[in-house]
Ligand binder design. Structure first.
Ligand code: GCW
Length: 688
């Protein structure tokens, strides 16, 4: 059945409760509660409605803004001599004698602390680890924790309404307008508030004509969206076209150094803040894949970004400028031009020339959200610029929400990668230990689909993104436990234990498995251009202009990005990676084809040859899917109980498609490389 794989954009089924089902809140509402403070504390009150009211000195759960309380005695606490002060944007949980006090630095933080309590209550039931009495503090590691929506108002005949969206239509737009009923947006904001996300860009970075007008005549509608997000502490951003002064104004130029253009942006920004006082700012994709940009006027990207940044500055707005700039009119014969180099070549020389409210948003890899790439060297190259890491929650290149692919292990690898030899990527973008504070953003995977994310298990990716943006040191498996504990809070203890085991066996290794049957050893792409990047096509992009080549021939495969004989990309890395990636001796196996062109007989550190690795890992990964399906089958008796029938049906439908597609990947890759190399598969497995 393919019907639910292509839900119609305007359908609005009752959304699945995701990680905030009633049962998770009910477990908290049994306590007597007191809520102290204004603003977003009203959201906490709404969440706790039905719970018995207590006094601040006796209630079992007290949620308060720090300013609303003075001494431990106000709260009936006996073990503390003074109340702790939460860090900016953070909260503190105090546990004493069966009571819990949530103290937020401000109202937004108190709301986040409340959801932390809900989470910890659920997790304690799952793992049996009941939090001990005492004080625990939490504050966001990243200053910006943002989701970008590639949603369009108009529906594209092939791409659908959301560019690279796999979850139906947009929750923001329907029938060519901003939706009249934005209750789904409020629900979304609530889910995000429970993870730590604090900003949302509501339209595609490829800004088409209709969407460009959100900045002008669409503003009252944008204000309604901001109203829906605000009660959950989430700020609204707009993607805008760099060409707006021409597109929307009466100007004949968008040259950033033209005074009239500067004035146009200042007026445009002021108009936004007239209606949305706490508006976050603009997000811009310029000079990239056909979007207008400063190059048309012979200006730099600093010139381009700064004119918008100056317009936002008087209102405390932020300008997020994407570093995804490369030549998409390349010739495959030209081996010197390297798309991986482009972002660094364009932006690193501009370090120090951006306005203070500019954040440069850099994709995690130098190519394009692949299942395996090296970390982008740009992240470590601009200490005088605020840099944000960009991830892709929507699974464009990781199975399009038809395949199970829990991405938290991949993001953890990226976030903890010691890019400058000392500091992790997470530390660098947070501005920890030097540099400027940036943040983390990601492309959302949400749509109007009943389960929000197409594949119900893909909800865990959205959840994990928010949690890792708040605390990048969390372990992927623990985050999955949180998601399970909350999502299945309604299950009884025995069922919950079984679901936990099954979900871990289905999801923990799913990203490595996906890597296993798709493009090998960091070579990237090999995806189908005609099927919107879904499924294998080894040479699909090999002779195109997009610069994403693997250069397989009869002797070998991979991209020579060395300084010695290749494109010199390795030279963009600080030590030790500068040398580690340059040499075949030290380059890690999983990236060997990203950095080197090698013969098929090249022996990997693992002891096997490149060609045999290609053969074996494709087959092994597909065989693992048997175990995945068996695991899911083992909880069939929970369907209709702990596991809703529609949830189960959707997962089964997707598992079947995953198997079909994984076999297609396996066979195309194995056959292609057998034909090219002529080397037989030593395992004797069938090559089609
Ligand atoms: O991965 C590519 C996608 C495009 C996307 C682009 C980008 C929004 O295929 O659909 O455009 O990246 O990140 O801008």
């Amino acid at each position: 059945t393919t019907s639910s794989l292509t839900s119609t954009p305007t359908s609005t089924p009752t959304p699945h409760a995701a990680w905030l089902p009633d049962a998770a809140l009910d477990a908290v509402r049994t306590r007597s509660v007191a809520v102290l403070g204004h603003g977003l504390l009203d959201t906490v009150r709404a969440e706790l409605s039905g719970a018995p009211e207590g006094t601040s000195a006796r209630a079992e759960l007290v949620v308060a803004v720090r300013d609303a309380v003075a001494t431990p005695a106000d709260l009936g606490l006996t073990t503390l001599t003074a109340l702790p002060d939460p860090a900016p944007h953070g909260y503190v949980l105090v546990r004493e004698a069966g009571r819990t006090l949530v103290l937020g630095h401000d109202d937004v933080a108190a709301l986040r602390g409340f959801y932390a309590f809900v989470r910890e209550t659920a997790v304690a039931r799952l793992t049996g680890a009941v939090p001990a009495d005492g004080v625990t503090a939490s504050a966001p590691h990243q200053p910006l924790r943002m989701l970008d929506h590639w949603d369009n108002i108009a529906v594209h005949p092939v791409m659908g309404q959301i560019e690279r969206g796999y979850s139906g239509g947009s929750i923001f737009y329907a029938d060519g307008e901003v939706r009249a009923d934005l209750s789904r947006v409020s629900e979304y904001a609530r889910l995000l508030a429970a993870t730590g996300v604090d900003a949302v860009a509501i339209n595609n970075v490829n800004v088409h004509a209709r969407e460009a007008r959100l900045l002008t005549d669409g503003l009252p509608d944008v204000a309604r969206i901001a109203d829906a997000l605000r009660p959950y502490g989430i700020r609204t951003y707009l993607s805008v076209s760099f060409g707006s002064p021409v597109l929307l104004g009466d100007l004949d130029t968008s040259d950033p150094l033209e005074p009239a253009v500067e004035q146009w942006w200042a007026t445009a920004a002021a108009r936004v803040y007239d209606v949305i006082e706490d508006f976050g700012g603009f997000l811009v994709k310029a000079d990239s894949e056909g979007q207008p940009g400063p190059f048309a006027y012979g200006r730099t990207h600093a010139d381009g970004a700064n004119v918008l940044a100056r317009a936002l500055a008087p209102h405390d707005g932020t300008l997020i400028w994407r570093a995804f700039v490369y030549n998409h009119h390349q010739d495959w014969r030209d081996r010197r031009t390297d798309r991986a180099r482009a972002s660094f070549d364009h932006f690193a020389p501009l370090d120090g020339s951006f306005e203070p409210n500019v954040v440069l948003q850099v994709k995690h890899g130098p190519l394009d959200f692949q299942v395996r790439e090296a970390v982008s060297p740009v992240i470590a190259a601009m200490p005088r610029t605020r840099v944000a890491l960009e991830l892709q929650v929507t699974q464009e290149y990781t199975g399009q929400q038809k395949h199970v692919c829990y991405l938290a292990p991949w993001w953890s690898e990226i976030l903890s990668f010691p890019l400058d030899g000392e500091r992790s990527v997470a530390q660098i973008v947070a501005g920890e230990g030097g540099g400027r504070p940036g943040g983390i953003s990601a492309v959302s995977n949400v749509g109007s689909d009943e389960f929000w994310t197409g594949h119900p298990l893909a909800q865990a990716n959205l959840y994990a993104f928010g949690r890792l943006a708040w605390d990048p040191t969390l372990r992927a498996q623990d985050v999955l436990d949180e998601w399970i504990a909350l999502t299945f809070a309604g299950a009884d203890d025995a069922d919950l234990t079984r679901l936990r085991a099954v979900l871990h066996s289905v999801m923990d290794e799913s990203w490595r498995r996906y890597e296993g049957y798709t493009a090998p050893l960091g070579v990237c792409f090999m995806v189908s251009p005609t099927r919107q990047h879904y499924g294998p096509d080894v040479d699909g992009y090999e002779y195109s202009a997009w610069g994403t080549y693997h250069f397989a021939d009869r002797d070998g495969v991979g991209v020579d990005r060395t300084r010695a004989t290749g494109t010199g990309f390795t030279g963009q890395y600080p030590q030790p990676w500068h040398d580690v990636y340059e040499s075949l001796e030290t380059c890690p196996d999983e990236l060997v084809l990203f950095f080197h062109h090698v013969p098929y007989t090249h022996v990997l550190h693992s002891g096997t040859t490149v060609i045999q690795h290609i053969y074996d890992s494709r087959s092994d990964a597909v065989e693992e899917l048997d175990g995945v399906e068996e695991a899911w089958e083992s909880v069939a008796d929970l369907v209709g109980g702990a596991l809703p029938a529609s949830f189960d049906a959707r997962v089964r439908e997707r598992l079947a498609e995953q198997r079909r597609s994984a076999i297609e990947w396996r066979d195309q890759i194995r056959t292609y490389f057998f034909r090219k190399s002529g080397v037989p598969d030593a395992s004797g497995r069938t090559i089609y």
